[in-house]
Design a protein around this ligand. Structure first.
Ligand SMILES: *Cc1c(COP(=O)(O)O)cnc(C)c1O
Length: 489
């Protein structure tokens, strides 16, 4: 016999109760909930396991609420229960990693995933991951191959290096290089270059993890060639330079450039290793951007090895690249840690496709999103801000004002920290200046809650939306149409 759904859910509680609060015994049993027709549709779409598991969790929570007296009977109506269950099922199936609109003004934002991959890299990943490939198989000899060989030739060509190898990220590249070349021995570094690069990557700690002994020379602001020379001894494994990419010491400063240090290292038969961090493969000053040393320049200046990141200025996937002398690269590749830090086929496919774009430098500002965004004409950014302003004004009035403003963006990821990129965007400010902080927080939260979250930056009581990285204004306009501010109909 089929009962009307109302009674299926509410069961057969005898005592009538008058209040609006549901009691624990008013909750349906799991199998009754699963028999609701709307829930049956969910089971058809997603299978019994997920729906039943989610329903059980829902009932457990509702029971706790009912026991606490905080559950209204309305929440137990069949439609309400089915809706709540459907919402939870969809929520569990929704990815936690989502795309956002980066309106922070920082092009290589570490918290937002750094470099955007070029289309060619995305296409190559999709093609390579969907089928077996020759990751470690030599198609000429039919023998086992080396995954590094997929990109080694390109890296040598683009940097002028004799040899190259790749690992998971640049932190791994530094760790592996030190472990392979300096374990149990000394590494000489300037005090001004003992950097921390966010999170747990501090040069002195990396040295220790690699089993190398750090020998600090010079002072925070000044280090001279004689400082290095005086520290070289029988236990020295190498001299190291670290590109201070995320800060700058200004004023009475002096550092020993690679070109100056290389002859000193060579005179003692020691390698000079440079951790370049960002490592642009091309001369950015040719594009009107600040000059950043390239791996090619560092090698030409006499460095034995250079390490750099794949997802900073290079504009590719997360990767650590090590380029330089053949004998040293061979020792690095032979170290057991190389196997643990090796790159997976997924970013390797992306890296190869990204590096190949550099063979056509004239097209780079189109093909490489990082360079495209960094060189985006100011007029285009201003036009985007102008196009977005009216919709935002409508959506935010009367609580917030919207004003087009000139902004200063940055490259990000520790690249060229003091340089600013002239940009344009919108400044959103609460009209009622009492409670500005809370009003701004509410606005940020509403923007973050959008299907494609919109991320800006707060500066001096205003939320700034920098339009440099918004190449398709429609993406923002679509989201603004969905914006729901608290307290607004
Ligand atoms: C960013 C950076 C690193 C770390 O690179 P990841 O690819 O993020 O691991 C190391 N050294 C320097 C100088 C850096 O700028």
């Amino acid at each position: 016999m089929l009962l009307p759904e109302e009674s299926v859910v509410h069961g057969s509680s005898a005592e009538p109760h008058t209040s609006n609060a549901a009691r624990p015994q008013d909750l349906p049993a799991l199998d009754r909930l699963l028999r609701l027709s709307a829930v049956q549709a969910l089971v058809m779409a997603h299978g019994h396991t997920l729906v039943a598991q989610t329903a059980r969790a829902l009932l457990t929570e509702l029971r706790a609420l009912a026991v606490a007296g905080g559950l209204g009977v309305d929440a137990l109506a069949p439609d309400a229960l089915a809706d709540a269950l459907a919402r939870r099922v969809h929520e569990r199936l929704a990815p936690r990693m989502r795309t956002v609109l980066n309106l922070t003004g920082t092009v290589l934002h570490t918290n937002l995933g750094r470099a955007l991959l070029p289309e060619a890299a995305i296409a190559h990943i999709a093609a390579m991951m969907a089928a077996p490939n020759n990751l470690e198989f030599d198609l000429v000899t039919g023998r086992r191959g080396d995954r590094d060989s997929i990109v080694e030739g390109l890296l040598c060509e683009l940097t002028g290096a004799e040899a190259a190898t790749v690992v998971n990220n640049n932190a791994a590249a530094v760790l592996l290089t030190l472990a392979a070349l300096a374990s149990g021995r000394e590494v000489i570094v300037s005090r001004g270059e003992l950097v921390e690069i966010g999170g747990a990557f501090r040069m002195p700690d990396v040295m220790q993890s690699a089993g190398a002994r750090l020998v600090e020379v010079g002072t925070t602001n000044r280090t001279h060639p004689r400082d290095y020379e005086g520290a070289i001894g029988e236990h020295t494994a190498l001299l190291m330079k670290v590109h201070t990419s995320n800060y700058q010491v200004q004023g009475f400063t002096s550092a020993v450039a690679e070109a100056q240090l290389a002859p000193i290292a060579a005179a003692h038969g020691l390698p000079l290793v440079t951790d370049l961090g960002s490592g642009a493969l091309i001369d950015l000053s040719a594009y009107g951007l600040p000059l950043e040393p390239t791996p090619r320049q560092m090698l030409a200046d006499g460095c034995a090895l250079v390490t750099f990141s794949g997802d900073k200025l290079l504009g590719g996937p997360q990767a650590g690249l090590i380029v330089g002398r053949k004998d040293l690269v061979a020792r690095i590749k032979a170290h057991p840690m190389k196997r643990a830090l090796r790159m997976s086929k997924l970013p390797l496919a992306a890296l190869e496709a990204t590096l190949r774009l550099y063979l056509r430098p004239e097209r780079l500002t189109q093909d490489l999103p990082t360079l495209r965004l960094l060189t985006r004409p100011l007029a285009a950014i201003e036009a985007t801000a102008r196009a977005a302003a009216p919709a935002l004004q409508v959506a935010l009035a009367p609580r917030y004002s919207v004003q087009q403003v000139a902004l200063q963006g940055q490259i990000g990821s520790g690249s060229l920290p003091v340089e600013r990129l002239p940009s344009s965007g919108l400044a959103l400010a609460p009209v009622d200046t009492a409670g500005t902080g809370r009003a701004l927080e509410a606005l940020c939260a509403a923007l973050r809650a959008l299907p494609m979250p919109v991320i800006g930056r707060i500066h001096e009581d205003r939320l700034l939306l920098d339009m440099r990285c918004l190449e398709r204004p429609a993406q923002l306009l679509d989201q603004i149409g969905l914006l729901r501010l608290p307290g607004k109909r």
